[in-house]
Design a protein around this ligand. Structure first.
Ligand SMILES: *[C@@H]1O[C@H](CO)[C@@H](O)[C@H](O)[C@H]1NC(C)=O
Ligand SMILES: *[C@@H]1O[C@H](CO)[C@@H](O)[C@H](O)[C@H]1NC(C)=O
Ligand SMILES: *[C@@H]1O[C@H](CO)[C@@H](O)[C@H](O)[C@H]1NC(C)=O
Ligand SMILES: *[C@@H]1O[C@H](CO)[C@@H](O)[C@H](O)[C@H]1NC(C)=O
Ligand SMILES: *[C@@H]1O[C@H](CO)[C@@H](O)[C@H](O)[C@H]1NC(C)=O
Length: 944
């Protein structure tokens, strides 16, 4: 919100700031003694480091502005001030024009302390934003020249009626982010020249009042995130100066008025997340530069001019990347009643050579894909999923050479997959699932070097998988389930990581031995085929495997014993016997511990010359890629990680003397030492010669460090991370880089992931006190990371990346991932997999950026998990969406909250309800509506 304020604000207040900066330089006489006395009194209540009181002239103190020899401005933002008396004291300085005490902890009812300020003849700006004001809006009397009143981000409540009547000069009123209720106030002071009115994030209800008409000079009107209903009043057309109109996130309905297209000054109109219906009027974009109509109930034909707007540019935060040369159309819907029934006029779509993103998923589009789409040659994202489209996929798709994401799933497309798709060399995602496509999988698809996700499941494809699939070197996920495929299963690319799904096809014969090379694979689904023979033992060695689905085949023999983190489904195989009891693991460990040190010592000696390291890394990567294809049967001993660089980061002498890289590398080569796995990492326990044990984390994705050519930089980043100090964040103590992995060392102090405690464990149940403490701890950790001078963003925040030191002490793990895998800097193939399903902020699909607001969304999902006890995704539904659909109903809270906790006591239930509200703002669809983490911490503390 403050950004929009800034634009207009800076121009209207430029003059004041100009005056107050320049004059003091010219005359530096002392202010009158009474002013000096007052400010010295105040200085006693302000932390000494901010004001250097040894300097006799307060005009040179930080945050004190003088004009001539009078103090005219006091700026005391972010000083932890909690005394309500400070305003009373400050306002004794009779020459004051500007007071900013924002971002402190001033609490209480402001009535009393505002009286004194009202007497000031020259006060123009009063900023008490981000404090702890409570109670009703005080009545302002006096304040003859007050132009700017900012009370945003407090906890003021009640209705607003006559309280502002006394203000005669008001130009800027910001009451956003409070708990005001009642109708939108229309008595906003006696000045018809009011320019900015910000009332967002309150509990205002009723309709947009017609009698705002007394203030037709408004430039900015922000009523977003309230409970307003009704339609946009036609009188709004008389606001000839209006530049910004934000109505997002209310219950407004009716049509988008045509008159908006006739307001030459209106440059931004955001009406997303409402219930607007009817057709979009033509010509809207004649003047508008920023338009957001997503998440409404609009219908009808999409006007051509919306697709080829002369002016439209997008705001980075609300819509997409801020690149003015790109524009996109997002009219996706989330609920069945919000649909576009008709496809845009085909002849018009061909006239959009600059369209970059086209997302129309989840509507009711019918008919064929217009052939003219081939003219949109700049499209990088085409998402028409979940509509009623039919007919063949046009060969012209092969002309969209810039396409990175192609999603056509959930329609009624028929015919063959056009081989022309293989020309689209930038593609990273192809999702054609759940259609009625027939024929073979075109082998050309396998030559797409950047393809990371290929989903052809749920069609009628036949024939066999192209033998060349092995050359699809970027493939992370291959979904071919529910087709009619058969024949030989070719060797799969080693890059496969997310899933290989061959279920519900006609595959037969033994499970192919070539699958043994898929050491990064997490999910392997072979169910519902006709596989025969034994379940091969090599599947146990696939160290990343977490789910193995073998149900409904003709497998026989004895099922091998899998590690505890691998879930195996094997029902429906009549001749398959359960595994034999666990043999004692110790002998292998002992025999294998002996061989390695010699090799390791030599390699550790390589540590040094950075250039050499990079070259070595590249050569090793290349050789691993191309020469190690047939080595999967080699002994595990040769698999010992080859250290090329190892560094202690910690300054703690105990750790420094205990950590032994050689011993750690031995430990990580034994699967039995695995203690935990997350999406991107595997954790090992490593016992050191000193008897101390450490938690060593292997980055499963670390080959990307080398691919990004940032080996040296990664080391530097780790050094920076190692210097952080926050008990809620897992800070690395040391690291080792090997030819194809990176290992980070931590204290071994964790009981497991939050996910395990919430969703798996039955013996340690987390009561509400624990869960609240975990929520607060994670919020504090995240707030700390976001508050760093170079904010640290989390690529994958989920309950699987939050570790528990105790039932009340969480720690955030995987903070280094953004340094390894920066989606915005990398090719599309990496960006498509950032985060875990269920935690990914909705705007990610088109921004492909990890942002602080995105992290807040993920945190909101974690809060919802703590509150509901349900996982982030269950039965295919995302928790955040489930909660938002539930909360629309009466008495929904009862159904949402984990009843085993909420029923324990009334205080527990009311605290859970407060936290639920916080979680809901965090998972707001609009990134702007999400609070900053530091405010989330405050809200959580207030909920205590
Ligand atoms: C405070 O001001 C005095 C006088 O100008 C100066 O000597 C002193 O170094 C300042 N102290 C600090 C901490 O800035
Ligand atoms: C300043 O601090 C003193 C003691 O810490 C307190 O008694 C006094 O009320 C404070 N004054 C103001 C204006 O807050
Ligand atoms: C008021 O303070 C807030 C927080 O420091 C700041 O973002 C905003 O720009 C200020 N507004 C005015 C009008 O000074
Ligand atoms: C609006 O203006 C009219 C006429 O100027 C006045 O009678 C009325 O009281 C004003 N309304 C408000 C809410 O100030
Ligand atoms: C908003 O108002 C509704 C009733 O009008 C009330 O139930 C709800 O608690 C209020 N919410 C806030 C945040 O004040």
């Amino acid at each position: 919100m403050s950004r929009y304020a800034h634009m207009a604000f800076s121009s209207s207040f430029f003059f004041i700031i100009f005056i107050s900066f320049i004059i003091p330089l010219a005359f530096s006489q002392l202010p009158p003694q009474n002013q000096i006395d007052i400010i010295k009194t105040i200085s006693k209540n302000i932390s000494s480091s901010s004001w250097n009181t040894t300097d006799q002239n307060p005009c040179s103190w930080k945050g004190v502005k003088c004009t001539g020899n009078s103090i005219t401005g006091i700026f005391l933002s972010k000083l932890g001030i909690s005394s309500t008396g400070i305003l009373t004291d400050l306002c004794k300085i009779d020459s004051l024009e500007s007071v900013d005490v924002s971002n402190n902890q001033i609490s209480g009812t402001p009535d009393g302390f505002l009286n004194d300020c009202g007497k000031l003849k020259g006060l123009k700006v009063l900023n008490i934003s981000m404090n702890r004001l409570t109670g009703p809006l005080p009545t302002f009397s006096g304040f003859p020249v007050l132009e700017s009143l900012v009370l945003s981000y407090n906890s003021l409540s009640g209705v607003i009626d006559f309280q502002l009547d006394g203000l005669v000069a008001l130009k800027n009123l910001d009451l956003s982010k409070n708990s005001f209720r009642g109708s939108v106030p229309t008595r906003l002071g006696k000045n018809p020249g009011l320019q900015q009115l910000q009332l967002s994030n309150n509990n205002f209800s009723g309709s947009i009042p017609v009698n705002l008409m007394n203030y037709t000079n408004l430039i900015l009107l922000d009523l977003s995130v309230n409970k307003l209903s009704g339609s946009i009043p036609t009188t709004l057309e008389n606001f000839a100066n209006l530049q910004t109109l934000i109505l997002s996130s209310n219950n407004l309905d009716g049509e988008i008025p045509q008159f908006l297209s006739r307001m030459p000054n209106l440059s931004r109109f955001s009406a997303n997340l409402n219930r607007f219906n009817g057709a979009i009027p033509p010509g809207l974009t004649q003047y508008l530069k920023i338009l957001d109509l997503s998440y409404n109930r609009l219908a009808g034909l999409i006007p051509v001019d919306l697709l080829s707007p002369p002016n439209l540019q997008f705001d980075e935060q609300s819509i997409g990347r801020g690149d003015p040369n790109k524009y996109f159309l997002k009219l996706a819907s989330t609920a069945p009643e919000q649909e576009f029934a008709q496809w845009v006029d085909p002849s018009s779509i061909g006239k959009l050579p600059d369209l970059t993103y086209l997302e129309l998923d989840g509507n009711k589009l019918t008919g064929n894909i217009p052939l003219e789409l081939e003219n949109c040659v700049k499209l990088t994202l085409l998402n028409l999923a979940s509509n009623l489209l039919q007919g063949p996929l046009p060969k012209g798709l092969g002309k969209l050479l810039q396409l990175v994401v192609l999603k056509l799933s959930g329609n009624k497309f028929t015919g063959e997959i056009p081989s022309e798709i293989s020309r689209l060399t930038s593609l990273s995602t192809i999702d054609l699932s759940s259609n009625s496509l027939t024929g073979n999988i075109p082998s050309g698809i396998t030559s797409l070097g950047r393809l990371s996700i290929l989903n052809l499941g749920g069609n009628y494809l036949n024939g066999s998988i192209p033998a060349s699939i092995n050359s699809s070197i970027s493939l992370l996920e291959l979904q071919l389930g529910r087709n009619m495929l058969g024949g030989d299963i070719p060797r799969m690319p080693r890059s496969l990581q997310i899933a290989l799904n061959l279920s519900n096809n006609h595959f037969s014969g033994p499970i192919p031995s070539t699958l043994s090379s898929l050491t990064s694979l997490e999910v392997l689904d072979l169910s519902n085929n006709q596989f025969t023979g034994e379940v091969p033992a090599f599947l146990v060695q696939l160290e990343s495997l977490t789910r193995l689905l073998l149900s409904n085949n003709n497998l026989s023999g004895t099922l091998p014993r899998f590690d505890t983190w691998t879930t195996v489904e094997s029902d429906g195989n009549n001749d398959l016997k359960a595994p034999t009891p666990n043999p004692s693991p110790s002998p292998t460990i002992v025999s294998r511990r002996k061989r390695s040190p010699a090799i390791l010592v030599t390699i550790v000696a390589v540590v040094g010359a950075v250039l050499a390291v990079v070259i070595v890394a590249v050569v090793l990567i290349v050789s691993r890629r191309f020469y190690r294809v047939d080595d999967e049967n080699q002994g595990l001993e040769e698999n010992l990680p080859q250290v090329i660089d190892g560094h202690l980061i910690t300054t703690d002498s105990i750790h420094k003397s205990s950590i032994d890289f050689t011993r750690a590398m031995e430990a990580v080569s034994y699967p039995l030492n695995v203690i935990m796995k997350s999406r991107f990492s595997t954790y090992y326990k490593a016992l050191m010669p000193s008897g101390m044990s450490y938690c060593v984390k292997k980055l499963n994705w670390s080959d990307k460090i080398f691919q990004l050519g940032s080996h040296e930089k990664f080391g530097q980043e780790l050094q920076i991370l190692g210097r952080l100090n926050n008990s809620r964040v897992m800070i690395p103590l040391a690291y080792v880089l090997t030819a194809d992995n990176a290992y980070l060392f931590y204290e071994h102090a964790h009981m497991g992931t939050l996910f395990d405690f919430l969703h798996k464990s039955s013996d340690h149940s987390l009561d509400w006190t624990c869960r609240y403490s975990i929520a607060l701890g994670v919020a504090q950790g995240l707030s700390f990371l976001h508050g760093c001078s170079d904010p640290i963003l989390l690529l994958d925040l989920s309950t699987k990346t939050i570790l528990l030191k105790s039932l009340t002490e969480p720690q955030i793990a995987d903070i280094e991932l953004c340094k390894v895998i920066d989606p915005s800097k990398s090719t599309g193939s990496l960006s498509t997999v950032a985060g875990s399903v269920g935690y990914i902020h909705p705007e990610y699909a088109y921004t492909m950026r990890v942002t602080t607001a995105g992290n807040v969304y993920s945190f909101g999902v974690v809060l919802l998990e703590l509150l509901t006890g349900k996982p982030a995704v269950s039965a295919g539904t995302e928790l955040a969406k489930w909660v938002s659909s539930k909360s629309a109903q009466e008495d929904a809270w009862e159904q949402i909250l984990d009843s085993s906790l909420s029923n324990t006591s009334v205080p527990v239930r009311s605290q859970m309800l407060s936290v639920l509200k916080i979680a809901q703002v965090c998972v707001s669809v609009s990134p702007e509506a999400r609070p900053k983490m530091k405010n989330v911490v405050r809200m959580l503390l207030n909920a205590r």
